[in-house]
Design a protein around this ligand. Structure first.
Ligand SMILES: [Zn+2]
Ligand SMILES: [Zn+2]
Ligand SMILES: [Zn+2]
Length: 82
């Protein structure tokens, strides 16, 4: 079961909430995922950008970074996250 990647309140603040976490494109639309090891336990709620332990905003990928099977890759290690 893949975990949803999260951003903390500061990394996902305002317009950054919609920013692609991979390339910085301002139109993120696809939820970013974590593989089982990167999203294990308390790591699953950590901000994927700064490591803050209280991630709460869903991290997003833009249409190109999340195209096809790329949406099923762990945003941290690139491994399979489905
Ligand atoms: Zn992107
Ligand atoms: Zn953060
Ligand atoms: Zn991973």
């Amino acid at each position: 079961m893949a975990t949803k990647a999260l951003l903390c309140g500061s990394c996902g603040f305002g317009s950054d909430e919609k920013r692609c976490v991979k390339c910085g494109d301002p139109f993120g639309e696809i939820p970013a995922k974590l593989c089982d090891s990167c999203g294990f336990g308390s790591d699953g709620v950590k901000c994927i950008k700064c490591g803050d332990p209280f991630g709460k905003v869903p991290a997003l990928l833009c249409g190109s970074c999340g195209f096809g099977s790329a949406a099923d890759n762990c945003v941290k290690c690139g491994g399979w996250a489905s």
